[in-house]
Write a protein that binds this ligand. Structure first.
Ligand SMILES: NCCC[C@H](NC(=O)CCC(=O)O)C(=O)O
Ligand SMILES: NC(=O)OP(=O)(O)O
Length: 311
């Protein structure tokens, strides 16, 4: 493995999930990261990704440096050829080449700005890291994908040992405009497994066809939840009316009553979660969310190990 930015760079996603499970079982870790250094670059806030990736690196003896762009560095310019006489002070081309000189691999978090669909779906920022970095790049959630989250989610589902699990990805309410990254990524990973996936969302919240091709879609949440083994909840803003949040007539919050429609289904969410907006306290308190968050550490470790071994 060289870069880790989408499922497409993973030769065998199911084998990678198995590797994560093996790492979780066997806590005497090979120190394959010794004398290697990881830089974690954040354009956006994080709790799980920051801590789990740092812990994963430390587990294998790797040194970690973290940087919050904007808060701790100069304002970055992304456009080529700009006369930089305004508020931006350092060009992304210079910053990435400099950072990659200080580390052996680099993680980058860069959310969608939800202003310009073309720029987000072209991965305006991540692609510049891939272009200018001389070391491998790991996505810590980019504009349209969150592969470390998806790997942890698939691991969590695999731990249930249910053959051909019925998995429902459900849109849920949220007070803010959120990216489609977690949902896109979950779909492109889950189709690699033996799970039966169904997507449910209100009209107007269709995801990009690039990620939903061949996936059954229902606008009836209650129907979709019937017989589900796993209910993965996530909010996202509109793709067609890009970044907007058209009004939704019905209440899509996940309640205990709705969970009862499922096959004793387990609730999943990537977190952070707005309690009693996305799902009720009762649902969250009886869910897999902490297991998912813990699996972020093991998932990150598998990815770091594979990249370091290929250096
Ligand atoms: N990394 C996991 C999710 C990150 C982000 N959620 C958020 O920004 C939630 C913020 C809030 O609740 O205001 C998202 O949806 O992509
Ligand atoms: N799930 C997730 O990526 O959490 P953070 O945004 O806190 O890193």
């Amino acid at each position: 493995m060289n870069n880790f930015t989408s499922v497409n760079e993973v030769a065998n996603p199911n084998k990678l999930v198995q590797q994560v499970l093996d790492i979780k079982q066997n806590t005497s870790y090979p120190k394959v990261g010794e004398n290697k250094s990881l830089a974690l670059i954040f354009f956006n806030p994080s709790l799980r990704t920051r801590m789990s990736t740092q812990k994963a690196a430390q587990n294998i003896g790797m040194d970690v440096t973290m940087m919050n762009i904007d808060a701790d560095t100069w304002n970055i310019e992304f456009e080529n050829g700009t006369v930089m006489d305004g508020s931006t002070q350092e060009h992304i081309k210079d910053a990435v080449q400099i950072i990659s000189g200080y580390c052996d691999l680099m993680g980058v978090r860069t959310f969608a700005n939800l202003q310009n669909r073309h720029k987000d779906y072209e991965e305006e920022v991540l692609s510049k890291f891939l272009e200018y970095s001389s070391v491998p790049i790991i996505s810590l959630e980019s504009a349209i994908r969150h592969p470390l989250q998806s790997l942890a989610d698939l691991t969590t589902i695999a731990e249930s040992k249910i053959q051909k699990p019925k998995v429902v990805l459900s849109w849920v309410p949220h007070p803010k405009k959120l990216p489609q990254a977690v949902a896109n990524s979950f779909l492109e990973w889950i189709v690699e497994t033996d799970a039966e996936i169904t997507l449910t969302h209100p009209k107007g919240y269709e995801l990009s066809k690039e990620f939903t091709d061949g996936i059954p879609i229902s606008n009836n949440q209650k129907k979709a939840l019937k017989n589900a083994d796993f209910i993965y909840a996530k909010n996202w803003s509109s793709y067609s009316n890009y970044g907007q949040t058209p009004e939704v007539a019905q209440n899509w919050v996940i309640t205990a009553k709705k969970m009862n429609l499922s096959n004793q289904g387990k609730f999943m969410h990537c977190l952070p979660i707005r309690r009693n907006v996305v799902a009720s306290d009762e649902v969250i308190d009886n869910s897999l969310v902490y297991q998912q968050a813990k699996n972020r550490e093991h998932a990150a470790q598998a990815v770091l190990q594979n990249i370091v071994e290929a250096l």
